[in-house]
Design a protein. Structure first.
Length: 307
């Protein structure tokens, strides 16, 4: 039986939770966690939260202790105080001690965390910059996009300074994200021949940077782009109208959060005469397609096509 990807496991667990409740979701998560590569802190979080929501308080506390004490992970204080799934744990002294430990680690992490950039490949090649999604990190993104090296690109992987919990970063402050990415671009010698892309919320930051004219690129590649302000930003597309930029958008037909935004962006690009492809993939949720290496190659071929 083929092991699920990290994103598939999270998406399926959430779907089971919505349809059948916390206990079924907890049982599914426990049965399928082994062998999944991704943020282990997040997997622990799913397990202890679902156990708590299912009335399995001792199991939840043991799992949370394993995550926080044994592995050194931490979770955001505001989340631990507000999540309804954890209500059954709040009267336990052990839970409050773990919360206090997480709060201290969160404070230290936020003081120490800064924007980072991982570079993979030959620096003489053109650059493909790929931005991680929310609750992800640059290493996870590298795994998905590494085949860009075979396509003759140097891979640049920004990691947001906005840390959410252990090894999980976000782009909630989109303007701060644009500033960080723009600074990375300025430090890349091949930035004028760059393709920018990303997954989910990373696409939001990438698009905002392009619309703000913070730098120029040859093209963009968005996977499951989360674009809540796409209509508000429509007039700003004038800023890239007439340039030789090409775009490629990939989204699953089951992606309830991002399909509409992907289609709307495509409509707006079409109105502005900006060349692009919209690839809707059947039976795909909010995740990378299984054949993303092939999709990535096709996208880069399209972006490099001579007009």
């Amino acid at each position: 039986m083929k092991t699920m990807t990290y994103t598939q496991l999270l998406n399926e667990t959430i779907a089971i939770y919505d349809k059948s409740g916390s206990l079924k979701a907890y049982q599914f998560m426990k049965a399928n966690t082994d062998g999944v590569e991704g943020n282990k802190a997040q997997l622990y979080n799913f397990k202890y939260a679902l156990a708590a929501a299912s009335g399995l308080e001792q199991e939840a506390l043991a799992t949370m202790k394993e995550a926080v004490v044994d592995h050194g992970y931490w979770y955001a204080y505001d989340y631990l105080q507000a999540d309804d799934d954890l209500n059954s744990l709040r009267t336990y002294d052990e839970f409050q001690e773990l919360v206090a430990l997480c709060r201290e680690r969160e404070r230290e992490a936020k003081q120490a965390t800064s924007a980072e950039l991982i570079i993979e490949g030959n620096g003489e090649n053109p650059v493909l910059m790929a931005l991680h999604g929310d609750q992800e990190n640059a290493e996870m993104t590298k795994t998905a996009w590494l085949s860009a090296l075979k396509e003759g690109y140097t891979l640049a992987l920004p990691q947001s300074s906005q840390i959410q919990f252990s090894d999980a970063y976000e782009w909630e402050d989109v303007e701060q994200g644009v500033e960080e990415v723009s600074e990375h671009v300025q430090n890349l010698s091949k930035s004028t021949n760059m393709v920018i892309g990303g997954f989910s919320a990373g696409c939001r930051v990438a698009l905002k940077a392009l619309l703000d004219k913070r730098f120029s690129v040859k093209g963009f590649l968005f996977v499951a782009p989360w674009l809540p302000e796409v209509e508000e930003w429509s007039n700003a597309l004038d800023h890239i109208e007439g340039e030789s930029i090409r775009g490629y958008i990939i989204c699953g037909d089951q992606d309830e959060d991002c399909l509409e935004g992907s289609q709307k962006l495509s409509e707006l690009l079409k109105k502005k005469g900006i060349q692009h492809e919209l690839k809707i993939i059947k039976n795909l949720d909010h995740e990378y397609p299984e054949n993303f290496n092939e999709e990535l190659a096709s996208a880069l071929t399209y972006i490099n096509k001579v007009n």
